[in-house]
Design a protein around this ligand. Structure first.
Ligand SMILES: C[S@@+](CC[C@H](N)C(=O)[O-])C[C@H]1O[C@@H](n2cnc3c(N)ncnc32)[C@H](O)[C@@H]1O
Length: 452
């Protein structure tokens, strides 16, 4: 395993192994292991602090939910079925809280030094929208009810890789709950398989089931089919213990902690359209990880999301970008497959997935190390740029905070509109609908059902 790893700060390889941790002698930094999984973030202690913060946040929210459900159960007007449903859900919430705490014990340690500043300086912050539970539902598909979907996924890889292909050393980037990485390793010709993700919950669950454990965890379907389907206790297990040669790594795909040209195959399942980095940059990084004649195999959606329309790539542009970054013209296969169709949910998708395989033909210019934040945030010394979006956000925030300050339990929307007019912020006629729609949003937010 050590032969694949490199320092995510300076790219030095090999690292020094000792006591289950890895050390970069050039940076004088240790990368700890989390239940045996190397924790390869550029500032490991700060990343640990961030994920611990996310865990604490998730645990607090579950406690808050349980207390709220307890309060609901105190209502005299509940119908018997509603009471039964809420009682079950409260128990599930509490059990889920305990399970999370247990599973994530390896992450829930005090970080040794508070190094948030260095973390910022290295610009390796985790995306704010990646919570602990962002892909939690995937663990149930991967290790409980998802046979059909899991088979269809592997089938897509076979469709572009050829059935009996020798995949060599394989890196799966953004492996999530890691069933596809497991199936590849067990059913295709892989020498070693490395499954990497930045979410410790997903990898700790994957590691436990692949070692042969059965985990009992609740699934919380978004559109329950029946009364008892809003929290379903599932047994998660792997078909068999994973064979030797399978490894997990915790790290960031935009700072991949691997030695250059280490892999014969890099696989990106459902990843290229969700990372914040532009596809061309990701393609060049993947090129750098591959040996000459190695292969990039992609599978999943093409649903790019970015404020710049130029970055919402079509299949044609995606192929062109891959080829521009040192790869052969990608061989593409498209198929419509079921996606997250839990048997306990009325909700599920069918998705036309876009799979390709492309050979590395030449080295691509390697992009600079990923920087999550601009200098004016990191150093605090440069002027904060007055962009047009900051300008309009400032104006809106000012008006919203003024509206909030007018809530005193006595004023009506009409009274508030009069105040806004007096302050010369807008006319009464403009103010009334503006306040109404703002308060509607605030009201909706307050009603939103929290959930895992
Ligand atoms: C849509 S899920 C797909 C999961 C899995 N590949 C599958 O097919 O079910 C995307 C995964 O990528 C991971 N991910 C997103 N950005 C990442 C990054 N920058 N570095 C590492 N993992 C990342 C997420 O944690 C998540 O597990």
């Amino acid at each position: 395993m050590i032969e694949f790893l490199a320092c995510p700060r300076c790219d030095k390889t090999p690292l020094v192994e000792g006591d289950g941790a890895y050390r970069c002698e050039a940076c004088k930094i240790d990368f700890p292991s989390i239940d045996g999984i190397p924790w390869m973030f550029a500032e490991p202690q700060a990343a640990l602090g961030e994920w611990r913060g996310r865990l604490q946040f998730a645990l607090q929210r579950l406690s808050f939910d349980a207390a709220r459900l307890e309060a609901e159960l105190g209502r005299k007007d509940l119908r018997p079925l509603a009471r039964r449903r809420i009682e079950r859900y409260r128990k599930a919430t509490e059990s889920h809280r305990r399970s999370l705490q247990k599973l994530l014990r390896p992450v829930d340690v005090q970080s040794l030094q508070g190094k948030f500043e260095t973390y910022l300086a290295l610009r390796t912050r985790l995306p704010a929208d990646q919570a602990l539970n962002t892909y939690y539902a995937n663990v149930h598909r991967d290790w409980s009810w998802g046979d059909e979907e899991n088979k269809a996924s592997l089938q897509q890889i076979r469709a572009v890789a050829q059935d009996n292909a020798d995949l060599g050393n394989v890196l799966v980037l953004g492996s999530g709950a890691s069933r596809l990485a497991y199936d590849l390793h067990m059913q295709m010709d892989c020498t070693a398989t490395i499954a990497m993700d930045f979410n410790p919950l997903l990898l700790l669950i994957a590691q436990a089931v692949m070692r042969g454990e059965t985990l009992k965890l609740y699934e919380f379907p978004i559109a329950p089919k029946s009364l008892e389907d809003d929290a379903v206790l599932r047994s998660l297990r792997a078909p068999e213990v994973v064979r030797a040669g399978f490894h997990f790594v915790l790290g960031d795909a935009m700072r991949p902690p691997f030695a250059a040209q280490s892999f014969e195959t890099v696989i990106t399942p459902w990843l290229i359209d969700i990372v914040t980095e532009d596809l061309a940059v990701l393609a060049a990084r993947i090129n750098g990880l591959l040996k000459k004649d190695g292969r990039w195999i992609n599978f999943g959606s093409l649903a790019f999301s970015h404020p710049d329309r130029a970055r919402l790539y079509s299949p044609e542009e995606t192929k062109a970008i891959v080829a521009e970054n040192g790869f052969s013209d990608p061989y593409v296969s498209e198929a419509t497959i079921p996606y997250m169709c839990s048997p306990a949910s009325r909700h599920g998708r069918r998705e036309q997935v876009f799979s390709f395989s492309a050979y590395k033909e030449r080295d691509a210019d390697q992009p600079a190390r990923h920087r999550a934040l601009p200098d004016w945030i990191v150093t605090g010394k440069e002027p904060v740029p007055l962009t047009s979006s900051f300008r309009s956000q400032a104006m809106t925030t000012q008006i919203y905070s003024f509206m909030m300050s007018l809530i005193d339990g006595k004023r009506s929307i009409k009274d508030m509109a009069v105040v806004l007019e007096k302050q010369k912020l807008m006319t009464r006629e403009e103010a009334e609908p503006a306040i109404r729609s703002f308060l509607t949003r605030m009201y909706d937010d307050a009603q939103k059902q929290p959930g895992f």
